[in-house]
Design a protein around this ligand. Structure first.
Ligand code: C5P
Length: 241
């Protein structure tokens, strides 16, 4: 699924449209896309997404939807006109919810003459450990639960999952070459980990089988974000000619 020449999605983790647009414009020449999360969407809404989309890079709308199938399908219908390249939803919402989301994405995109956004499943949040999974009644073996939810997502027709660096190799082996793996927790060699517990360099993640990399603070908090993004993109081109 490596169909973009540049696999980097820069996470614009800010609540303001002006901030996201400024940062987005700065890094746009050096990244494959721009990621907007719940913080941004809650504050800036669809108008904010449209403003970022106007920069001209694919937008990853990381909304992590999770509700009954009818409601998630409605949410998908509401955001498809914003033409996002990717939307996330929780695989733990179940097969019917994922299928309803996919159907809604197909139908809304077709009737608006847009490319269908790719839907990515969220498996186990990396903030949860075995004890947390057990507390909510899920399989407390994190890797097994990730594999189970990824398999469910694929069976429902989703295009891939968001996964932690440490899960790439196993999921790539388990899910095959066509299943998309979007990977946060990426840190260039020598960069601080911030609050990320298990990180990989961009090169390591791509070599392990990632399709796309979500990179936030190593770019957005750099003294020169454009140069930081350019440097990472350049390092990947060298490794993956
Ligand atoms: O700044 P940093 O590179 O850590 O940003 C990573 C981005 O990926 C943030 O938007 C964060 O919410 C998101 N993310 C993550 N870990 C996950 C899932 C998403 O860091 N497991």
């Amino acid at each position: 699924m490596t169909d973009l020449p540049n696999p980097i999605f820069c996470a614009l983790d800010t609540p303001t449209t002006a901030g996201a647009v400024e940062l987005g414009r700065t890094v746009a020449p050096h990244v494959g896309g721009l990621k907007l999360g719940l913080e941004f969407f809650m504050a800036a809404g669809p108008a904010g997404v449209r403003a970022v989309a106007e920069i001209g890079r694919p937008v990853f709308l990381d909304l992590k939807l999770h509700d009954i199938p009818n409601t998630v399908a409605g949410a998908i219908r509401s955001v498809v006109p914003l033409a996002p390249a990717f939307i996330t939803l929780h695989a733990s919402g179940g097969p019917a919810m994922m299928r309803a989301a996919l159907d809604a994405a197909h139908e809304t995109a077709a009737s608006a003459n847009l490319a269908r956004p790719r839907l990515l499943g969220v498996t186990v949040l990396t903030s949860l450990d075995a004890e947390d999974l057990s507390a909510v009644g899920q399989d407390d073996e994190v890797a097994r639960q990730v594999g189970r939810l990824a398999t469910l997502a694929r069976a429902a027709g989703l295009d891939g999952v968001v996964c932690a660096p440490g899960e790439i190799a196993r999921l790539r082996a388990q899910m095959g070459p066509e299943f998309g793996l979007m990977v946060p927790g990426i840190r260039p060699a020598g960069a601080g980990a911030d609050d990320q517990k298990r990180v990989m360099t961009p090169q390591q993640a791509m070599a392990a089988g990632a399709d796309h990399l979500v990179i936030g603070r190593p770019i957005t908090r750099a003294a020169d974000p454009a140069e930081a993004a350019r440097h990472i993109a350049e390092s990947l081109r060298h490794d993956h000619p």
